[in-house]
Ligand binder design. Structure first.
Ligand code: KG4
Ligand code: ZN
Length: 346
């Protein structure tokens, strides 16, 4: 039976709403419409996300965005079969807005709800692209809060092969950018600046590159960037693009080499990249090159679906229901999970 699923994302600083439809029987669900409001402008003055402001803004945005996706798709709210929302991980107050809105709408319409894992949303977002992957694959999940290599055998079949022992890759981008005096969010700004710089200008550490396992560590890199910035002193302004390029090269180098090691270790021939850092151009270029050399297929989400959005939440709900892993229920519990390990999912 075809299902119309509304998805709501509100775990951090983006309010996202989307509608997907599952086909009759199996097959990849279709994205009908999606809408997003980014809070970047609002948080920029503070140099990072202010949780209380994030929650308040989600409240202001969630219903207008819902009306927008309904209008754009030509669907009626009462025809929605399931309302999905991000249950975690993320900021507790922000998550409560999405779950509150989802549960309130569902209760009013007498429809079931489904709480979705934010990272499962990222992980499955490449299925929304023109070139969707097939299971099984190795996944490189690189967001602002997480850096994980996973073996993915199907929906809900996730085994963590390695992860960061301290900062996430996105965090490494953001914190290094901040140390260089770049505005929030650092990742995309640093990467843009790096285009005009020399990636070999500064020798920065590649932590755990030869550790023999698939774990990551980025905290030391941040310290090295700070040391380098201090050493440059007045020269920093003139050498900023070089420092940005060198920082990006260090992060990308580790991500690519560890991903290739994970592919070798599992013997898999397919890799899926997901999460905000998956938008990084250098990462895509270097990974494409390495994968071409080893005859590995590589999949990414569409660029605009790399960072947080509602489409991935509706999609993950659709795929979990299709796989028979989950049922949407008439239980309006408001129980969000700010901390929630992905490999605890079934
Ligand atoms: O997945 P995401 O939107 O949110 C989380 O779930 O964390 O990821 C956001 C992260 C931020 O750290 C941001 O700086 C980084 O992704 N990011 C990038 C780029 N675009 C977003 N990092 C490097 N290059 C980019 N182009
Ligand atoms: Zn995210």
């Amino acid at each position: 039976m075809s299902l119309l699923i509304l998805g709501i994302e509100s775990s951090c600083d983006e309010t996202g709403v989307a509608l997907v439809r599952t086909p009759d029987g199996q097959g990849v669900p279709t994205l009908l419409s999606h809408a997003l409001h980014s809070q970047i402008e609002m948080h920029r003055a503070y140099g990072g996300v202010v949780p209380e402001l994030a929650s308040r803004d989600h409240i202001r945005r969630v219903l207008p965005l819902t009306e927008k996706v309904l209008a754009e798709s030509g669907e009626q709210l009462e025809n929605v079969d399931v309302i999905a929302f991000t249950r975690g991980p993320g900021l507790a107050g922000a998550l409560l807005v999405g779950s509150g809105a989802a549960c309130a709408m569902a209760a009013a319409l007498d429809k079931p709800v489904l709480g979705v894992h934010h990272l499962e949303g990222h992980l499955l977002s490449p299925f929304l692209s023109a070139d969707p992957p097939e299971f099984p694959f190795v996944a490189l999940l690189v967001s602002g809060g997480h850096t994980q290599l996973m073996r993915v055998d199907g929906v809900g079949e996730y085994e963590i092969l390695g992860e960061t022992i301290d900062d996430a890759a996105g965090e490494a981008f953001d914190k290094s950018a901040k140390l260089m005096g770049l505005p929030y969010p650092g990742g995309p700004v640093l990467s843009k600046l790096a285009e005009g710089g020399d990636p070999q200008a500064f020798k920065l550490p590649r932590p755990l590159l030869h550790s023999g396992d698939l774990d990551f560590s980025f905290a030391g890199l941040k310290t090295a960037v700070l040391t380098q910035a201090k050493k440059l002193g007045d020269e920093l302004e003139a050498r900023k693009a070089d420092l940005a390029a060198s920082t990006q090269a260090a992060i990308v180098d580790v991500l690519v080499k560890k991903t290739m090691a994970a592919l070798k270790q599992t013997g898999m021939k397919r890799v899926v990249v997901a999460g905000g850092v998956g938008a990084n151009k250098q990462l895509r270029e270097q990974l494409n090159e390495a994968c071409a050399k080893h005859k590995i297929r590589v999949h990414y989400p569409e660029l605009h679906l790399c960072t947080d959005n509602g489409a991935m939440i509706a999609m993950a709900a659709a795929m979990r229901i299709q796989a028979g892993r989950e049922q949407a229920l008439h239980e309006y519990a408001f129980d969000v999970k700010p901390r929630w390990p992905l490999d605890s999912l079934r």
